[in-house]
Design a protein around this ligand. Sequence first.
Ligand SMILES: Nc1nc2c(ncn2[C@@H]2O[C@H](COP(=O)(O)OP(=O)(O)O)[C@@H](O)[C@H]2O)c(=O)[nH]1
Ligand SMILES: Nc1ncnc2c1ncn2[C@@H]1O[C@H](COP(=O)(O)OP(=O)(O)O)[C@@H](O)[C@H]1O
Length: 203
Amino acid sequence: MKREKGLLIVLSGPSGVGKGTVCAALRRHDTQIEYSVSATTRKPRTGEQEGVNYFFKTTEEFENMIANNELLEWAKYVDNYYGSPRKFVEDTIQAGRDVILEIEVQGALQVKETFPEGVFIFLMPPSLKELRSRIESRGTESKDLIDSRMTVAREEIELMDKYDYVVENDEVELAVERIKSIVTAENCKKERLINIYKQLVKE
Ligand SMILES: Nc1nc2c(ncn2[C@@H]2O[C@H](COP(=O)(O)OP(=O)(O)O)[C@@H](O)[C@H]2O)c(=O)[nH]1
Ligand SMILES: Nc1ncnc2c1ncn2[C@@H]1O[C@H](COP(=O)(O)OP(=O)(O)O)[C@@H](O)[C@H]1O
């Protein structure tokens, strides 16, 4: 069936809950969902590649992107800027393909304002204790940074009711299956398909 626009899927939740891990697993499932690569002023971690994990920018470059309206949303998170390049997202959706943004909560809520027809998914940790141990086990942050990420996490969890769906990330493969079910169901929504059928009847 010929698609109209693709779905904009926003996967959000606290740092360390497993957004990156779940998104990477989702991509391995060959769901044909496109992944939006964000821009950031954060320094690359070992193994991270330009244009694959992030587009790494200076503060000046990032502020120019904001000024030129090149970002669909952006946020300052802990001490760095993060944002989603607008053009890739808009082009992908226009071409009828689904796109997923993996972003923190402030940015997700901005997208909800400008793009309410998006599908908003909040990834939940099984507990705060487990969340802290996941951040610690990743080993990418100092003790101070872990504390500030935990403070932000508590605030973010309170915003959970603004999302369409809440998915627990107890096990990666279970979380992936839940997200795939959500995307399938959203693609079957009558509102999305009715116009396509009207068009078919006319032809
Ligand atoms: N608003 C927004 N948040 C982003 C974007 N890209 C990444 N983030 C979020 O920024 C936070 C910090 O990302 P990062 O430094 O890579 O750390 P990690 O996700 O905890 O490994 C995470 O919650 C990301 O999901 C973006 O384009 N926009
Ligand atoms: N379901 C899970 N069970 C156990 N550990 C997990 C799970 N999901 C992610 N992790 C681990 O938690 C840490 C944080 O995951 P990450 O994907 O970097 O989180 P985020 O992108 O939300 O900051 C990583 O070490 C990752 O391997």
